[in-house]
Ligand binder design. Structure first.
Ligand code: SF4
Ligand code: SF4
Ligand code: SF4
Length: 606
C-alpha cells in the first residue's frame, strides 16, 4: 500500500506552480522554448528534478515547433510530457498541433501557453484561443495560482483518459503573481519504462486515414463536452441575469458583485474547462435567464464559442464584446462600472482611481555597457548620410524601439529584409537579430537568402546567452564553429567584429554596404548580466571619467551611444558625468568620444 506523502507549504509564482503541478502529476519529459510570461517554468522543473533526483528528461528546444514534436514523441512512447511556450510561439508550433489530435497521445501531454493581454512583454496581444477549436484540444484556464497547480495535474489526467493533448492558457498577470500552495514533501522516483507500440492506423496520417482520424478526434471532443464539467458557479442560480466568465475576468467579476452587493441578482458561471464547453452545464445555466453577459478579455472567444455551439437552444439575450473592449487587459473598473450601471448602483471610488492615472511612456533601453549599445552606435554611425534601413528582431537587441526601423516577430529582421532587398534599388538594407533568434528560424531564413542570391547584410549579435527571457543557454557556445556553419551554408562573407571596438566595426560595415552578396557580421560581445570575469576585473580596477574642460558638448556619448551610465547633471544644457555605480567599464564611451574627453583611469594596479 502506498503511503500518501506529507505536504509542505511553499510560496510560488505562476511559473513555479506549473512546474510543481507537472512534477506532482508524475512528469517524465519537458520540452520548452523560453518566452515571457512562462520563461521560468523550465528552471523550476530543473531545480525540482535535481533536488529530488527524479529523472525528468529536458529538451531545451530551439523553437516551439520542434518542442511540440519532441514532446509528442515522448508521449507516443508513454512518457508524461509538458510543453511550455508563449502565445506567439503557438504560431510556430501550430503545424504539428493541427495533427497531434488525429494521432492522439499515450502518456499525458499538457501544453502550457503564456498569453499576454495588454502586450506587457510581447510585440502583440494576439488572442490564441482561436487555435483551440482548430486543434480540437480541451482548454483549461486557471483563475488563481492554486488552480494552476491543480489544473496542470487535472490536465494530465484528462489527457490520459481521453488520449488527447490538453492546453492550459495562463495570462502574464497570473504567471508573475505569488501565492502559497501545498505540495508533497517527497516524490516516488520515476521509472523509465517507455515503449512505442507500432500502430500505423493511428500514427500514419494521410488521405483517408487522416480523414478517419479527424472524425475520431471530433467525436472524442463531443464526448468530452458531454461528460466533463469543470466550472465554478456562485450567487443566485434562480436569477434571470447570468454572467459567464473565463480566466482572470472571473476574479474581477466576483469582486465587483460583492462590492456592489448584488449577489441575489446575478448567477455567475466561470468555465474552468473553456473548450469544449459542457453541453449540460450551458443548457442548465441558460434555463430561465432573460439576459446573459460574457465578461472576458481579448476577442471574446467564449461568447463566440457558446453562441456558435448552442445557438439552437439559447433563447436569452446574450452580449459581451459590444460592452467590453477586445484590446488591452480587462480592468476591474470596467467590470465594476458596467455592473453598477446595470443594477443602478452608485460606486464610491477614491478621487483618483488607479486606472484613471496616466503612466508616462518610458522607452525601453539597454543595460549600462550592454554589447548592443555599442553595436547600434556603430551601425547608426556607419549609415549616417546614407539611405539605409535597419531591420529589428525580437530579443534584448529590440529593447530601445528607436534603434531599428521595424520590429514584428521572431526572424522578422532577416525575413522582411529579403523582400526589401529584392525590390529596393537605392536603399541599403541591413537586418539584425540575436543568436537565439538566429537559431530559432533565422538560420533557414539566411539560407533562403543564399538560395535566392539576395544581396543583403545580416548582423548576428552573439552575446553568449538568450538574455531577454532569463539568460537561457544559447545553442552555440564554446568552440561552436559559426564561421564553418555560415560558410557551408554559402554565405559570401562572414565578418567577425568585437562590439566594443566601434571604429573597426564602422569601417567594415561602411565597406560592405557597397558590396554584393550575402554578408553576415558576427558581432561578439557577452551580455554583461551574466557572470563575467573580464567585466568584474575591469570594475575593480578601472574608472572612466568625463573631463568637461575637454568636452565640446557633441553629445555623441550621451545621445548617440546613449549608455544609461552617462548622466546629465545640468537642468539646462549639458554637464555630463559617468555614474560609476552603474558603469561596467566597457570602455565604449572612451572609444567614441572625438575629443579625448573621456579617460579611463587605472584605480588599482593588478
Ligand atoms: S565605460 Fe562608458 S559606455 Fe561603458 S558602461 Fe561605463 S559609461 Fe557606459
Ligand atoms: S540583459 Fe544583457 S543583452 Fe540584455 S540589455 Fe542587458 S546587457 Fe544587454
Ligand atoms: S563624446 Fe566626448 S565631447 Fe562629446 S559629449 Fe561626450 S564627452 Fe563630450
Amino acid at each position: 500500500m502506498k503511503v500518501a506523502p506529507n505536504k509542505k507549504k511553499i510560496l510560488v509564482n505562476g511559473n513555479k506552480a506549473v512546474a510543481w503541478g507537472a512534477v506532482t502529476a508524475g512528469l517524465n519529459y519537458l520540452a520548452h522554448y523560453p518566452g515571457s510570461p512562462v520563461n521560468f517554468v523550465d528552471q523550476e522543473v530543473k531545480a525540482i528534478n535535481k533536488e529530488y533526483d527524479l529523472n525528468i528528461i529536458i529538451n531545451d528546444s530551439l523553437n516551439e515547433h520542434v518542442s511540440v514534436l519532441a514532446a509528442a514523441g515522448a508521449s507516443f512512447s508513454g512518457a508524461r510530457s509538458l510543453v511550455v511556450m508563449k502565445h506567439v510561439g503557438l504560431n510556430i508550433a501550430a503545424d504539428p498541433l493541427n495533427y497531434i489530435g488525429y494521432t492522439g497521445v499515450k502518456g499525458g501531454m499538457v501544453i502550457v501557453v503564456g498569453t499576454d493581454p495588454g502586450a506587457n512583454s510581447s510585440t502583440g496581444e494576439e488572442d490564441v484561443h482561436w487555435y483551440v477549436p482548430q486543434f480540437n484540444f480541451p482548454l483549461l484556464e486557471p483563475t488563481s495560482i492554486q488552480e494552476i497547480y491543480t489544473f496542470v495535474q487535472e490536465g494530465f489526467r484528462i489527457s490520459e483518459e481521453f488520449e488527447i493533448p490538453v492546453m492550459i492558457f495562463l495570462p502574464g498577470r497570473l504567471c508573475y503573481n505569488y501565492s502559497f500552495i501545498e505540495v508533497p514533501e517527497s516524490f516516488e522516483p520515476l521509472e523509465k519504462k517507455f515503449y512505442f507500440t507500432k500502430d500505423r492506423e493511428k500514427y500514419i496520417n494521410v488521405g483517408a486515414r487522416a480523414v478517419a482520424n479527424h472524425k475520431k478526434l471530433v467525436e472524442k471532443v463531443q464526448k468530452i463536452s458531454q461528460s466533463l464539467q469543470l466550472y465554478k458557479r456562485f450567487f443566485n442560480p434562480n436569477s434571470q441575469f447570468g454572467i459567464m466568465t473565463r480566466g482572470l475576468a472571473f476574479g474581477s467579476t466576483y469582486e465587483a458583485i460583492k462590492v456592489l452587493g448584488i449577489e441575489d441578482e446575478v448567477d455567475l458561471l466561470n468555465f474552468d474547462l473553456v473548450y469544449p464547453a459542457s453541453e449540460k452545464l450551458v443548457e442548465d445555466f441558460f434555463h430561465g435567464k432573460n439576459e446573459v453577459v460574457f465578461i472576458e478579455d481579448q476577442d471574446g472567444f467564449l461568447e463566440s464559442h457558446i453562441k456558435t455551439e448552442f445557438f439552437n437552444s439559447i433563447q436569452s439575450k446574450i452580449y459581451g464584446k459590444n460592452i467590453f473592449p477586445k484590446w488591452g487587459e480587462l480592468q476591474y473598473d470596467q467590470v465594476l462600472d458596467f455592473l453598477a450601471s446595470k443594477f443602478h448602483k452608485t460606486i464610491e471610488k477614491n478621487e483618483v482611481s488607479e486606472f484613471d492615472q496616466t503612466v508616462p511612456e518610458r522607452l525601453g533601453t539597454f543595460c549600462e555597457g550592454c554589447p548592443h549599445t555599442a553595436s547600434y552606435y556603430s551601425i547608426h554611425t556607419a549609415i549616417k548620410g546614407k539611405d539605409a534601413i535597419i531591420g529589428g528582431d525580437i530579443g534584448c537587441s529590440s529593447l530601445p524601439p528607436f534603434r531599428a526601423d521595424w520590429l514584428l516577430c521572431m526572424n522578422a529582421g532577416i525575413g522582411i529584409s529579403q523582400g526589401m532587398a529584392q525590390v529596393l534599388d537605392k536603399q541599403v538594407v541591413i537586418s539584425t537579430g540575436g543568436d537565439g533568434s538566429f537559431f530559432h528560424a533565422g538560420l533557414i531564413s539566411l539560407l533562403n537568402a543564399v538560395h535566392n542570391k539576395i544581396d543583403l547584410i545580416h548582423i548576428i549579435f552573439d552575446n553568449s546567452t538568450i538574455a531577454m527571457t532569463g539568460h537561457q543557454a544559447p545553442p552555440a557556445h564554446g568552440s561552436f564553429d559559426y564561421h564553418g556553419l555560415l560558410k557551408s551554408m554559402g554565405v559570401d562573407r562572414v565578418i567577425e567584429v568585437w562590439t566594443y571596438k566601434p571604429d573597426t566595426f564602422i569601417k567594415l560595415l561602411e565597406y560592405e554596404m557597397d558590396k554584393k552578396g550575402v554578408r553576415v557580421f558576427l558581432v561578439k560581445g557577452q551580455c554583461i548580466r551574466i557572470p563575467n570575469n573580464y567585466i568584474e576585473n575591469r570594475i575593480k580596477t578601472l574608472a572612466p571619467e568625463i573631463n568637461n574642460d575637454l568636452c565640446n558638448g557633441c553629445s555623441k556619448c550621451y545621445t548617440e551611444l546613449a549608455c544609461p551610465a552617462i548622466i546629465n547633471l545640468a537642468e539646462d544644457g549639458q554637464n555630463l558625468k559617468i555614474d560609476l555605480n552603474h558603469c561596467v567599464r566597457c570602455g565604449t564611451c572612451n572609444e567614441v568620444c572625438p575629443n579625448g574627453a573621456i579617460t579611463i583611469h587605472q584605480t588599482v594596479t593588478v
